[in-house]
Design a protein around this ligand. Structure first.
Ligand SMILES: NC(=O)c1ccc[n+]([C@@H]2O[C@H](COP(=O)([O-])OP(=O)(O)OC[C@H]3O[C@@H](n4cnc5c(N)ncnc54)[C@H](OP(=O)(O)O)[C@@H]3O)[C@@H](O)[C@H]2O)c1
Length: 241
């Protein structure tokens, strides 16, 4: 019951990993606020969460949105940042630098802004959990900017853990997880892609959002863990493919 009565803000909480974490944290007795940019998506998510959960429309490209979110939230215990947009693979040679910079806007700079505005309001014992991916350490051609964003988030996690202590700062490095992020890939190609990605793990499986939620809860609850990047990837980094 470590999260019972705690106040948690999940940016990116309307879908996928963030929504699964909202569900799990609310079930553990936390008061959860989910935030995301699409009002319709946010309402649909709230409809399937308990009444103890609240929602806020926030576009993490806009610092004023983030500042207003935390000003309204007041004192809180944990922030989980899972906001991320779909980034299509594109070789650097075909990528104007403005577009390259834009690829870090939600995943990296949004996380920076969230921590900046949340940290002064986090109560003793509280924490931040950020999001990285196995691409940080096992990149593929065409995704160098996504790899850079993920690796930058891991460095940010360690740097902020040192800077903001005793507030704890951790990240989850996710492997391939079955979430709506992949909905832009139509069926039956998506099923084939998942089968191929599962084949590139040691567990021969795709991850589920609930498995990332369990990692988020562990990082929030364990007061001796900070500056850690917790890999949840079915052994994808170690697997030969
Ligand atoms: N799924 C995977 O296989 C996988 C693997 C490794 C890493 N990741 C990373 O993990 C993170 C979460 O992924 P997921 O699979 O849970 O994705 P998802 O189901 O698509 O959820 C992404 C969330 O981010 C929100 N979001 C997107 N742009 C936003 C913005 N500008 N402002 C505020 N919220 C925004 C979305 O809500 P709105 O649309 O309402 O804004 C949604 O709630 C992403 O950064 C993703 O790159 C995913």
């Amino acid at each position: 019951m470590a999260l019972s009565g705690q106040r948690i803000v999940i940016i990116g909480g309307s879908s996928g990993m963030g929504l699964a974490t909202a569900r799990a944290a609310a079930a553990a007795g936390a008061a959860v606020t989910i935030a995301s940019s699409d009002p319709g998506r946010l309402q649909a998510a709230l409809a399937e969460l308990p009444d103890t959960c609240a929602g806020a429309v926030v576009n993490t490209r806009n610092e004023a949105d983030i500042a207003a979110l935390f000003a309204r939230a007041g004192e809180l215990d944990h922030v989980v940042y899972t906001a991320g947009d779909t980034v299509r693979p594109r070789p650097l040679a075909d990528l104007p630098l403005d577009a390259a910079r834009e690829m870090l806007e939600v995943r990296f700079w949004g996380a920076v802004a969230a921590v900046k505005h949340a940290a002064p309001r986090i109560r003793p014992g509280g924490s931040v959990v950020l999001t990285s991916g196995t691409i940080a350490v096992r990149p593929v051609p065409g995704a160098a900017l996504a790899a850079g964003a993920a690796a930058a988030t891991e460095g940010l996690t360690r740097g902020l853990a040192a800077e903001l202590a005793p507030i704890r700062v951790n990240a989850v490095r996710a492997g391939a997880i079955r979430t709506p992020l992949w909905n832009s890939v139509p069926e039956p190609q998506r099923a084939a892609l998942f089968a191929a990605l599962a084949g590139q793990t040691l567990t021969k499986s795709i991850g589920e959002a609930e498995q990332i939620a369990a990692a988020h809860l562990y990082l929030m609850e364990n007061h001796f863990v900070t500056g850690t990047v917790l890999t949840v990837d079915g052994g994808a980094i170690l697997a030969r493919s």
